[in-house]
Design a protein around this ligand. Structure first.
Ligand code: SF4
Length: 353
């Protein structure tokens, strides 16, 4: 008897797993991998049914970044052979967005390399966002522009942006091992700014960067504290010409364990299968759909993804369905939000004031 079904029961009660439980998930034997997937599937099924949300990335500004994130092909000094360009024009962005939406995406993620946007960049983006919202009213727009300065999150919200992505990537303890030009706290601060401005916070991690299980667990707990609405789980794409080149430490089984750990920590939150799924999960990708409820369709920022048609076939073959634009990601029954009062008048506890 494994701990996986009791862990699923806990997740169904929206109780956070302990560090020991997550260690057991991450270090378990491959002999009981299917038990783990089945347990995570119970949780996925309860909160998200068989829906798969499709997200579409648009790299609006590629390469030429002054930051030195070791995992990134766009970093300062990167010798990776990637396409490099400065800001796409609004009609170029909208053209790419149209293609993603036509293919079934219900969220488009507008990404730009760099430490963070200038106020001019934010202003420049506003008409693009307004145009996208006008043409595709049900589609969510997520911006991913790096570290935000005061007031920029509010400005993006006013322009019509729905969500903001900024990943924590790894544990606070290991952060200096993967980047020296900014700190973990800077990332936390940006996610909090986005959240306070009313943007839906999206923040996740990258696995496979020589971290230990404790780092992954720390990163998941740190994310949990931030209360994101969506959690992308990336698997390192070790580009030649970056400091992490040659780091191929993930197996498909390890990837499934990491996804299951994320699902137990975020039972009713969108867990997204993100970059690196094709190269690390390979033929086990359909199994991952039993754990996650969201994925990126199409290409990544600087690398090519699986063909969109193959993704749609994989989703259908595995018995899942693409979530339509405008459909809520969360189930309607949010019992957790309806809490009977147990304090104040008529009780022995002080009131909420
Ligand atoms: S992750 Fe972002 S900030 Fe870091 S090097 Fe890449 S583009 Fe620059």
């Amino acid at each position: 008897m494994t701990i996986y079904q009791p862990l699923a029961d806990k997740a169904l009660r929206r109780e956070t797993p302990t560090r020991d439980e997550l260690c057991a998930v991450l270090s378990g034997s491959d002999d009981d991998l299917m038990d783990l997937v089945a347990a995570a599937f119970r949780v996925r099924l309860r909160y998200f049914g068989r829906r798969v949300k499709l997200n579409y990335l648009v790299n609006m500004k590629s390469g030429l970044c002054p930051e030195d994130c070791f995992y990134c092909s766009q970093r300062l000094g990167s010798e990776a052979e990637i396409v490099k360009y400065t800001w796409l024009k609004p009609d170029q962005t909208r053209e790419v967005v149209d293609q993603g939406v036509r293919a079934g995406a219900s969220r488009v993620c507008l990404v730009a390399s760099g430490r963070g946007p200038t106020d001019r960049d934010v202003d420049r983006l506003a008409p693009t966002i307004e145009g996208i919202k006008k043409e595709h009213p049900g589609v969510e727009v997520c911006a991913c522009l790096g570290l935000l300065s005061q007031g920029q999150a509010e400005r993006l919200r006013e322009a019509g942006v729905d969500a903001y992505n900024h990943n924590l990537n790894t544990s606070e303890e290991r952060y200096a091992d993967i980047c020296t030009t900014h700190e973990f706290a800077d990332r936390v601060d940006t996610v909090e700014q986005a959240k306070h401005a009313g943007l839906s916070p999206c923040s996740g991690l990258i696995a496979g960067m020589r971290e230990g299980d404790d780092d992954l667990i720390d990163a998941l707990f740190a994310l949990r504290e931030l209360g994101p609405d969506s959690v992308p789980v990336n698997f390192l794409m070790p580009f030649e010409g970056t400091p992490l080149e040659g780091t191929w430490e993930l197996t498909p089984q390890r990837c499934l364990r990491i996804l299951a750990a994320a699902r137990f920590v975020f039972p009713d939150v969108e867990v997204r299968l993100a970059g690196g799924r094709e190269i690390h999960l390979r033929t086990l990708q359909p199994l991952a759909l039993h754990i996650v409820n969201s994925l990126f369709l199409g290409d990544y920022l600087t690398s090519e993804g699986q063909a969109g048609k193959a993704d749609l076939e994989m989703i259908a073959d595995a018995g899942f369905e693409v979530q339509g634009a405008g459909e809520p990601t969360l189930p309607r029954e949010r019992h957790d939000l309806l809490r009977p009062r147990r304090r104040g008048a008529g009780t022995a506890l002080p009131p909420n004031a």
